[in-house]
Design a protein around this ligand. Structure first.
Ligand code: GLA
Length: 389
């Protein structure tokens, strides 16, 4: 059965707008591996998930955007001719409209009502889903939404969403999240080379489930810390130019090439670079392990990724570490690690189909013992890219 919009969205629409709504769905994503590599031109392996942001939309006769969300306070309004950040939750929506207009799209005024199933700040890309979903809806209202095979149109939307995040929201994010939202396919992960923008769909083995274990912890400084990590990676590249004048990104170095030059790079940039360079290699290893269904190998690769994120990139947290440990001893666990930008959020786990309840029970009890907190555990499937509902 195709996914259905939340009934509360349709109920709330009746009070929001007189015209019947058009409905669009933009998935969240979970990154299986390849963390903090996207803005270093590296490799990532996310998949879109069955938790989505839903957009109900109708055109207006004027040039106003009127945007509300079931999860957020207040109605955001702006004229298409005067789009600027308002420092509210709606900036991603206004930003994607501004970026599409910058690209030459002639958008029309619209009422947009949003309902999101994606927990905010959990590292599951609620922001990109909002930006891509709103952008898709606005394009659809002028018959310009990219179809399933329109790769160029889908990439334009992904780039507009990323630019909205940079210019209106203020996080200098990479391309992974919007790219996954526009290109993903059900039952597959998306291998993406963030330098060439080549992609490959990687089938997820049958007989497994993805369990997302949310620590419930969110860090207010996530965006500024994220931007700082990005600067530290840029500082590593700048320092390495002493020995490699043509270097433009950490992607261009293998772990052994980096080891030879590492002493040129001051800390903490050195550890940040070591994470990124080793993580690129782990993405390729993970794709091979998934294809071979070699679970012990995948478990070791994901554990190495988590360790590197904790020790070298320093984006894990005591709660994320506790959640990873809790999963490792739970029934049905195959492989897992923290996922997304970090600083709080969730872990991703491959578990055996049929073990969902036992796994959730085991993780919850162990996490409660270790942290005194309640875990929120969601079993998801790999979903399709953004599109009409
Ligand atoms: C956030 C960003 C992504 C990516 C991840 C870390 O989700 O939006 O671009 O950098 O963090 O891998």
């Amino acid at each position: 059965m195709s996914p259905q919009p939340p009934p509360a969205l349709l109920d709330a629409w009746r009070a929001f707008s007189a015209s019947p709504p058009l409905l669009y769905r933009a998935p969240g994503r979970v990154n299986l591996i390849g963390e903090h590599t996207d803005y270093n031109q590296g490799l990532v392996l996310p998949c879109a998930i069955s938790l989505a942001t839903w957009i109900a939309a109708a055109p207006r006769d004027d040039d106003t955007l009127r945007v509300a969300s079931l999860q957020m306070e207040g109605i955001v309004t702006a004229r298409l001719t005067g789009l600027a950040p308002q420092r509210s939750w709606g900036d991603g929506v206004l930003g994607v409209a501004a970026m599409l207009a910058r690209d030459g799209e002639r958008l029309r005024g619209a009422n947009l009502l949003i309902a999101s199933e994606i927990p905010l700040g959990a590292g599951l890309s609620s922001s990109a889903a909002l930006e891509v979903g709103a952008g898709f809806a606005l394009l659809a209202l002028t018959d310009r939404a990219p179809g399933p095979a329109d790769r160029a149109g889908r990439w334009r939307l992904a780039h507009a969403a990323q630019a909205a995040e940079h210019q209106f929201v203020g996080t200098r994010c990479g391309i992974m999240d919007p790219a996954c939202c526009v290109l993903a396919q059900a039952d597959h992960a998306l291998w993406l080379d963030c330098r060439s923008l080549d992609t490959q769909l990687v089938p997820l083995p049958a007989g497994i489930r993805l369990a997302l274990c949310d620590t419930g912890v969110r860090h207010a400084l996530a965006s500024s810390e994220y931007n700082r990590r990005r600067q530290e990676c840029e500082a590593a590249v700048a320092a390495l130019r002493a020995v490699r004048p043509a270097l433009t990104s950490l992607r261009e170095l293998t772990p052994s090439e980096f080891a030879e030059a590492a002493e040129r790079v001051p800390e903490p940039a050195r550890r940040r670079a070591r994470h990124v360079i080793s993580e690129n290699q782990r993405v390729e290893q993970a794709v091979a392990a998934l294809a071979a269904e070699d679970w012990p190998r995948l478990r070791a690769i994901l554990a190495a990724s988590h360790r590197s994120l904790r020790e070298d990139f320093e984006v894990s947290s005591p709660e994320l570490d506790a959640m990873v440990a809790a999963a490792e001893s739970a029934p049905g666990f195959l492989a897992g690690r923290m996922t997304g930008g970090g600083f709080g959020g969730a872990t991703v786990n491959f578990i055996r189909e049929g073990s969902e309840e036992a796994f959730a029970g085991g993780v919850s009890a162990a996490y409660r013992r270790a942290s005194g907190r309640e875990a929120a555990i969601r079993i998801v499937t790999a979903a399709d890219a953004v599109g009409p509902a």
